[in-house]
Design a protein around this ligand. Structure first.
Ligand code: KG4
Ligand code: ZN
Length: 335
């Protein structure tokens, strides 16, 4: 079954053709990041406008690269929640129009579910059940993936998402948006023990995260030293901050896996590209005799191939929508 998938939840306009949920026949991503960088973050109004301009050429390119026409496609999948509402609406309305004109079934896909599904592309044998750490710019969840379309949230952030914390710390150090990627690179040459940073926990909720205090701690460290005219080693600050975030993520994730008796661990979302997170969980899972899966780095960020992968399983579960499909800025992954 060939699915043409569309993603426009944030600042990437993407389209892909995916066969049977696992095989990517084409994947096109048009990023707007250069433009948003001028403002230090995503400007929703600009995002919507750029999606509207890019959607037709991006979808055409995805079909061309797969050497297919719409006649060869069996279903359409589109990200409908959560995300920037104006951005989501561009993809949803385009997909609805395409579905109406071609008669193809339309499958609505939850953005975080699609991040999880990027693992089905990178790890062909991976099947639920497994425990997944979903870490992106907007979310940090520990999710029990009971089946392809049945999920339960085990833990979540109470304030900032991990990606957001990385980006804000990076911005304070003068790195361009989205700074998480550069902070990760700079951290590679630093000492993770150079600065002591807190490991915030949430009372009575051992699987929940809290990153806002940690973010404030590193920002205070930077501001205080700047006021005193002391120059800190940037690589050491990056390494210490990255170590603190990854430590919080891994501690709760591994505790949840242990308590729930799960032996298959998976990571997903933009932050799953983080080198230390990937290394630490690979090593910890190997030590504990657990299986560990992660998406290829190329599939960690927003793309439509993952939407096509999850769309396939949503379709098999009977989830299709009509012309009344709407987009939603927020929606639980459990719905
Ligand atoms: O999943 P994603 O592409 O978009 C959302 O759905 O939010 O995640 C983007 C986030 C950004 O905050 C970005 O800085 C972060 O993922 N990110 C990283 C790395 N690569 C991307 N954070 C830490 N280390 C990385 N290597
Ligand atoms: Zn995302």
């Amino acid at each position: 079954m060939k699915i043409l998938a569309i993603e426009s939840s944030c600042d990437e306009t993407a389209a892909a053709v995916v066969e049977d949920g696992r095989k990517v026949l084409s994947s096109v991503v048009a990023s707007q990041v250069e433009e948003h960088r001028l403002y230090g973050g995503v400007v929703p109004e600009i995002a919507s406008r750029r999606h509207a301009e890019a959607i037709v050429p991006v979808v055409s390119q995805a079909l061309e690269q797969a050497n297919l026409t719409l006649e060869n496609i069996d279903a359409l999948a589109v990200t409908y929640a959560p995300g920037l509402i104006g951005a989501l609406l561009v993809g949803v309305n385009f997909a609805k129009g395409l579905s109406l004109s071609t008669g193809l079934p339309l499958v609505p896909v939850h953005h975080l579910r699609s991040h999880i599904a990027s693992n089905y592309i990178s790890n062909k044998k991976l099947k639920p059940p497994f425990l997944c750490l979903v870490v992106s710019g907007g979310h940090s969840h520990i999710v029990m993936v009971e089946d392809y379309t049945k999920m339960k949230i085990i833990g979540r952030t109470r304030d900032d998402a991990a990606g957001e914390a990385f980006d804000k710390a990076a911005r304070t150090m003068g790195m361009p948006y989205p700074g998480g990627i550069e902070l990760d690179k700079v951290a590679e040459s630093g000492d993770p023990h150079a600065f002591k940073l807190p490991r915030p926990t949430v009372h009575d909720a051992p699987y929940d995260f809290s990153f806002s205090g940690l973010k404030t701690a590193v920002i205070n460290l930077l501001h205080n030293s700047a006021q005193k005219g002391v120059e800190l080693n940037k690589a050491d600050v990056c390494a210490s901050f990255r170590y603190a975030v990854v430590d919080c993520l891994c501690t709760n994730f591994l505790k949840a896996a242990n308590d729930l008796n799960v032996e298959k661990l998976v990571i997903a979302g933009g932050v799953s590209a983080n080198s230390l997170l990937r290394r630490t969980l690979s090593q910890e899972c190997e030590k504990r005799g657990m299986k560990f899966y992660m998406p290829d780095k190329s599939l960690c960020g927003d793309n439509a191939a993952m939407v096509g992968a999850q769309g396939y399983y949503e379709y098999l579960a009977g989830k299709t929508a009509g012309a009344d499909l709407n987009a939603y800025a927020t929606m639980s992954i459990e719905e």
